[in-house]
Design a protein. Sequence first.
Length: 294
Amino acid sequence: MTFQPRMQNKIEGFSVVGGLHRRSWNGIVADVWDVECAPYAGGYYVSNDPRLFVLLDMNGAGRSTMKLTSKGADAAEDGENQPISYVPAGMELWADLKNVQFLRHLDLHFDAEIVARRLMEELDQERLTSARLLFSDDRVLTLSRMIATECMNPAPLHDLYGDGLALALIIDVMKLGKAEPRKRSKLAAWQLRKATEFITENCMRNIRLEELATLAGLSQSHFSHAFKASTGLAPHQWQMNARLERAKQLLLHGDQSLMVIAAETGFSDQAHFTRVFRKNVGTTPATWKKARVA
């Protein structure tokens, strides 16, 4: 389902020039507005979703003020070119502009749940619900200008370009650090023992992952990850090593041909056996045997 930002506003003194420039990505919508302003312009805004307001260009010697109440308490005035404001979902905001003739700004709205799923981590609730009015950040401003340029591009680039910029902007504003890799749980000792013994006993045939997972009482996905966490190898690689160990014993203690050993250890033919042996052991079966039976 396409994300649609939901916003209420009551404004006066603004006249949109050239229409809205909008781009939508997965859980993110970016709008660029060109606006002519009366000597006094202002309005009331509230959005159901978090949004970032970035002033990109402004003509006029005036000033802007943002307030969290209509009476002016908690007001922030842009007296030092602080063009960025982060406004949490559901937070009411009043804006006043005096003696500003023109402005261009970016509004970036995002669905916090969709973005969290995409990032595979929860967004910091304290940052998500805390307003930051009229601040400056060179990196945020650079990303915002690049997003705005893409919104206004008559021949937009691949969606991944704008989407990547917008996601990077959210990561920066939310100050998300590098995610720690999840530690996979290991198999219990009895589970590992059952699985490895079963593989050793049945390594000559094709062992299904379902069989091993059933032995351990786990889902196939859980078993596969836990087995690798316990052994450093995937189950199929463990089975391949078991076949190769059996093949080594036959090479050392018998006179069978490589074709017969390949068949007895579950390989499709001698060429397949030689190829897998060389990949895993580092040399061919014949060379390996010659070095040990001299």
